[in-house]
Design a protein around this ligand. Structure first.
Ligand code: RIB
Length: 292
């Protein structure tokens, strides 16, 4: 079984601020860092750090060689990562305030993934292989349909949640990974209370597995009427960026290895609780040894 993470790569421009900038306001930042990020890259690094062999497919621009080196440093295979010199790599502008973040995305090369690239990549995968995706690249419907035709298992982290999600063939997804906001969006209700959201999701997607993270209230695995809950490990958060990506990568790695949902939720919770105590995206993801 091969694991393919097909997703975004962003330069994260991170500004520490006293308060989130208001409309019409200009404020100076308290600090600045440029980090490697993108939900796709973060999740690939998390999978690799959790001990899984992973291929990352995606697209970077002329300024993107550093991403290839960074992924390779953590053992992620980049054979299917395209460097397109005609465009710029995606980027994100991130404000950090009291451990919370606010993210503005520019898709760049992530939004230039086309059917030809998808065909070229999927040629190397077959029935029983696994595809992990998020909502930050172009042509996701085609990618989902093509992977399904091959008989691949598909895991979809619906972040960032927007109306485009409902244009994708969601019936072909095997596992959804969502936080409270994405869960409410997927359930199409206006509530972040999981007690209200979970029954709606179970009814709407009765044959799908859904992994829901709810911050301090822990995480859930939902399949039809079966719900498994995992408490959160309480820590002092300094930066929540990539906490969800860390959770997704560690959950999936453990689940694929042991087919044990409880164990996978526990490992993922421990990993993301460490990630929030550190600044940055990919660099905040712990190694499996730290969890032991
Ligand atoms: O999930 C965190 C990530 O979201 C950041 O690294 C940023 O690039 C955006 O993709």
């Amino acid at each position: 079984m091969k694991v393919l993470s097909f997703g975004s790569l962003n330069y994260d421009h991170v500004y520490e601020v006293e308060h989130f900038t208001e409309p019409k306001e200009t404020q100076s930042s308290l600090g600045y860092l440029r980090n490697f990020g993108g939900k796709g890259l973060n999740q690939s690094i998390a999978l690799a750090k959790a001990g899984l062999d992973v291929y990352h497919a995606g697209r970077v621009g002329s300024d993107g060689q550093d991403f290839i080196d960074y992924l390779n440093k953590y053992g992620v295979k980049t054979d299917y990562l395209l460097k397109d010199d005609s465009m710029a790599t995606g980027h994100a502008i991130i404000e950090i305030c009291n451990g919370q973040n606010r993210i503005l995305l520019h898709g760049g090369a992530n939004q230039s993934i086309d059917e030809a690239q998808i065909d070229d990549v999927l040629e190397h995968f077959e029935e029983g292989d696994v595809l992990l995706i998020q909502n930050e690249i172009s042509n996701l419907s085609y990618l989902i349909e093509s992977a399904h035709e091959k008989g691949m298992m598909i895991i979809f982290n619906t972040a960032p949640m927007n109306d485009k999600v409902f244009t994708y063939p969601l019936n072909l997804i095997d596992i959804f990974v969502v936080n409270e906001i994405e869960a409410a969006g997927l359930a199409e209700i206006d509530s972040k209370d999981e007690k209200e959201v979970i029954p709606v999701l179970s009814k709407k997607y009765p044959d799908k597995a859904i992994v829901l993270t709810a911050g301090e209230r822990g995480s859930y695995y939902i399949k039809g009427d079966d719900v498994i809950h995992q408490d959160a490990y309480m820590v002092e958060a300094v930066d929540t960026t990539a906490a969800g990506d860390t959770f997704t990568g560690f959950f999936l790695a453990s689940y694929l290895k042991y087919q044990d949902v409880k164990k996978a939720l526990d490992l993922a919770s421990r990993a993301s609780s460490i990630a929030v105590t550190r600044r940055g995206a990919a660099q905040s993801i712990p190694s499996i040894e730290e969890l032991a």
